[in-house]
Structure formats: C-alpha cells, structure tokens
Design a protein around this ligand. Sequence first.
Ligand code: SAM
Ligand code: SF4
Length: 335
Amino acid sequence: MTVPLIDPFQRAISYLRVSVTDRCDFRCVYCMSENMTFLPKKELLTLEELDRMCSTFVGLGVEKLRITGGEPLVRREIMTFFNAMSRHLESGALKELTLTTNGSQLERFADDLYAAGVRRINVSLDTLDEQKFADITRWGRLPQVLRGIDAAQKAGMRVKINAVALKDFNEAELFTITEWCAERDMDLTWIEVMPMGDIGNEDRLDQYWRLSDLRRTLGEHYTLTDLPERTGGPARYVRLEETGQKIGFITPLTHNFCESCNRVRLTCTGELFMCLGQEDMADLRAPLRNYPADTAPLEDAIREAISRKPKGHDFDYSRQTVDGRVTRHMSHTGG
Ligand code: SAM
Ligand code: SF4
C-alpha cells in the first residue's frame, strides 16, 4: 500500500491546486500588469504531462484537485485534461475535481465541465457594476461573465463567488453583492488582497480592506453565526441567519490557518510550491520529463518536496510596509 503524503508537521497533504496556464484573457489590476510576458510554450507541462503529474498525486493520496491559472479555461484543449481526470472520480480515488475561473469562457464550457464530473466551481467577481468591472479587470466584460454564471448554474453546478476586498472600490457594494448572491443561491467568499508579483504602480496598502472591518459592517445588517467548518485552507465561514447564505473570509496574511494547511500548489511549469507565501519550491518537471516510463523518480521528488513543507508563511502588513512579499504572480502559482 502507498504511504500517504504527510509533512514534517504531521499535516496530511490531500489537496493539490494546479495552474494549467499562466495566460489570461483579463488583466486584473491586483494580479497582472497590462503588458505581461508569458512563458514560452515548451516550458509548460503538456496536457499529457499534467495528466501524469496529477494522477501521480492522486495515487499518493490527493483527494481534491482544483484547476486554476491564469485562466484555466483559455488553455487550448483543456477539456481533454478534465475528461482525463474524471476517471479518478469514477474510481473513487478523487473526491472532488473543481476549478477557479474568471467566468469568461463558462458559457462555452459549463455543460462539458459538468459532464466531466465538476460539481462546484469558484467564479471570481469583484463588482456588479459594468464600468467598474471593466476598470478592475482591464479586459473583462461583465455581461459575458454573468452569462457564464447562468450557464454554470443551469448545467447543475454550484457556484461560489470569490471577491477580492478592495478599499474604495467594492466597499460600497458589500450589501448589493451579498444580496445578489443570496438571490441566486450562491455562497460568497471575500479575499484579502495579497502582496504578489510586481504589478506596476498599484499600491497594495491603499487597496487593503481589512476583512475584520468588512465583517463588522456585515454584522451591522445581518446576524452572523460562526461556522465550525474548516477546509484546511485560509477560509473561515459564517452563516447569515436572515438569508441562510454562507460567507467566507480568506485572510491569507494571518497565520491562523497554517497549522491545518493540507495543500500544495503546482505551477504550469511543474514547480511545486509547498507554501503560497514562501519561495521554496521543487522542480517536478525534470523527473516527469526525464523518466517518461517510470513514475518512481517523480514520486520520490514529490515526497522529498513534502518533507520540506514549511510550518507557515511570512506575509506581514503590520508594520505598514508590505513585508514578506513574494515576487511571483498569483497567475503563476495559481490562486
Ligand atoms: N483566473 C482565475 C480567476 O480569476 O478566478 C483563476 C486564477 S486567479 C489568480 C485566482 C484568484 O486569485 C482569483 O479569485 C483572484 O481574484 C485572486 N487573486 C489574484 N491576485 C490576487 C492578489 N494579489 N490578492 C488576493 N487575491 C488575488
Ligand atoms: Fe486573470 Fe484571474 Fe489574474 Fe484576473 S485574477 S488577471 S482573471 S488570472
């Protein structure tokens, strides 16, 4: 029997987030600069390599796969990969196959994703105002995303909205977005903005809207009940008693979740990051490419990487400077 992946702090690694591309059809201001240079194609794992890589992780006990990017649905032939992963759902080895998307291509792919076994998806959406949406995503168009969300719900998938909390941007929409999600029976998670990558002149500290403040404002309108639910990630949940809806708060800058961290992240070039907030990584592409017919070297490299998973990360806004900044972009590691 295979020994499961356990890190030095006795955390079982059961969740893999996989970035399948660094490209995107949007240029969200907190994520990318307008003129991004993307990786040459030969650097990327092919769809076959992604299949082998993810299947190896599943063989080592990973039960949840979240596909992300960049924008996962702009990767050419991406449904081939989703369809390939569905065999692990059918065998029972994989409990959940899911994705995080900006929603732009959902209208096209919703039915196919459902057919591949995807039952829940996260759609990132920071504002319901068309002009503001165009401003924050630079290249995105709100109606297209809304049609995508409709298609996903119609196909039978549960949709959760992820919104980045941005001061002076969507602060005033807190209740509008909450109500909109309630009407559509969608959960909502707020994400605190993180210091990732070099995105030009946007000032992180200016954008920073504390989720503790957001939560307090929400509490003035609704009755919030803390939910015990833990996903092994940085999210905490409350229920709004008036609507029954679940609201999540992702505060990656606090250390309060590291002790239960069950996840690792694979970039589209096959680098494994053991912690979102640390630079340490393992190159898994080399053992994957160098030994096309033998999975043992890849498995060894994965186990070696997990043995280096750090206890926690180093983000810190407390001194009014962005310390612990990580130079890579979210679109590289996968949000
Ligand atoms: N393109 C897809 C999307 O937008 O959902 C998937 C990749 S995106 C990098 C994943 C998530 O990361 C999105 O919800 C996005 O809002 C979030 N994100 C990107 N940059 C961020 C930052 N600097 N701080 C916090 N969240 C960020
Ligand atoms: Fe693209 Fe997602 Fe980054 Fe926005 S947050 S630029 S949609 S990868």
